[in-house]
Write a protein that binds this ligand. Structure first.
Ligand SMILES: O=C(O)CCC(=O)C(=O)O
Length: 283
């Protein structure tokens, strides 16, 4: 990885690693992702218009690495994880969770937010790899990042789960003062990385096709639970406030020789086959 990527990431809170993965790999993972989402969403028969506003931004399925072996290879890919570690400037990373984010054709924008307040992790050494399976442009939900917004270390919980976020709420955020989002177009094989404190959003999907994306969220090994806010990544393993977040639900992601086994205690059916959204902050 070049120094330039780190410099860009430190300055702006996001960066694009071009051609990190091969096109043939992306074709393979795209099919694996679509198959996995089909299984996970088999009980959800709703049309886009019948979903909540939050769900109209994307179909979301988390911790696919646990029950889809092919995607486990991607979640624990060392090219992606080593880039994430270098960008954060840490030696070891753990998985917080992975997820599919499929912005359906006709899907609405993703409201402006930053991610860290959704996670009860005290330290803010967190980063997301956003891996598109198709070309991404202004027409199908490209992401926009507020450059430098990660430098203000204050966490602000923006409740995107309840529906459209009002502009007045965003206008009050010190992190966004004087900033406009930088929108990024990506090709399959490119991976974008954003810091957990970087504010971002995504445009609606006005194209004729769904926008399949896979994301992997990492945190620095040694991080601790910061509050009792519910999150499956800590509550499944009964990690208490103040304790180190280390369990088979959030295994080491870098450096490793091979992907880990799935957690001993499987995720519940309610999580795996939700009839609608659940288990998110704000529910
Ligand atoms: O894919 C999107 O539309 C939004 C992604 C996002 O908010 C994230 O990965 O943190």
């Amino acid at each position: 990885m070049t120094e330039n990527l780190s410099t860009h990431f430190n300055e702006k809170g996001f960066v694009i690693a071009q051609n990190l993965l091969e096109l043939a790999e992306i074709e393979h993972y795209k099919q694996a992702l679509l198959d996995a989402v089909k299984v996970r969403k088999q009980l959800d028969k709703r049309q886009l218009s019948e979903k909540t506003e939050y769900e109209q931004s994307f179909i979301q399925c988390q911790n696919l690495w646990e029950d889809f072996k092919e995607l486990r290879q991607l979640t624990f890919d060392q090219r992606i994880a080593s880039t994430a570690a270098k960008l954060l400037g840490v030696d070891k990373l753990r998985i917080w969770h992975d997820q599919a984010l499929i912005k359906e054709r006709g899907g609405r924008e993703t409201d402006t937010h930053h991610d860290q307040p959704y996670w009860p992790i005290k330290e803010t050494n967190t980063i997301t790899a956003w891996i598109p399976m198709v070309p991404i442009s202004k027409d199908n939900g490209h992401m926009g990042f507020f450059p430098g917004s990660h430098k203000i270390k204050e966490k602000r919980f923006i409740n995107i789960f309840k529906g459209k976020v009002e502009q007045e709420e965003l206008d009050e955020l010190p992190q966004l003062k004087g900033l406009s989002p930088e929108y990024v177009d990506l090709n399959p094989g490119d991976v974008s990385f954003h810091h957990g404190l970087t504010f971002h959003n995504a445009k609606p999907n006005k194209s004729e096709d769904d926008r399949p994306v896979f994301t992997i969220i990492y945190f620095a090994d040694g991080s601790t639970r910061g509050s009792d806010q519910f999150h499956f990544s800590v509550d499944r393993a009964s990690i208490g406030v103040g304790e180190k977040i280390e369990s088979d639900v959030t295994p080491l992601a870098y450096p490793i020789q091979k992907p880990p086994n799935r957690p001993k205690e499987p995720i519940s059916d309610e999580f795996v086959f939700p009839k609608s959204l659940g288990l998110l902050p704000g529910d």
